[in-house]
Design a protein around this ligand. Structure first.
Ligand code: FES
Length: 134
């Protein structure tokens, strides 16, 4: 962006921070960039994440889901409305108790407001019986 003193990257970063309110990389795009210290980290055991359900890993602020047999998804557990921690998925719905927002466990997409932005996602893979940040 010539003339405003900000490079394109800085301008986008500033806009993203303002829109998200939280310092989550990639929050505005729905893709969480795995923090370097999380890459390769086992965040849950497959046995603890039932089909249609899931688990919140509170110390990592991550919610893990298995929306279909053998398909695992992970998202930041911070609701995109005002940042409350969402609950573990039930029937493939991730709910936020603060104001009632709901998110699809298979995509992180907001399906019921007030939240409109999707939960930021992490790329995960299964290694043995572990669900690992890719
Ligand atoms: S913080 Fe989740 S619905 Fe408001």
């Amino acid at each position: 962006m010539p003339g405003n003193g900000l490079g394109r990257r800085e301008a986008l970063g500033a806009a993203g921070m303002a829109a998200c309110g939280l310092a989550l990389a990639g929050c505005g795009t729905g893709d969480a960039k795995a923090q370097p210290n999380l890459k390769g980290k086992v965040i849950a055991r497959t046995a603890d994440v039932p089909v249609g359900g899931g688990k919140v890993i509170e110390d990592l602020s991550i919610v893990v889901a298995q929306p279909a047999q053998g398909v695992y998804k992970a998202y930041t557990s911070a609701c995109t409305h005002k940042g409350c921690a969402v609950s573990a998925p039930k029937d493939n719905v991730i709910r936020c108790a603060c104001h009632g927002s709901e998110f699809a466990a298979d995509s992180g997409k907001a399906t019921k407001g007030p939240a409109t932005a999707p939960l930021a996602s992490f790329q995960v893979k299964v290694e043995g019986d572990g669900i690992v940040i890719a």
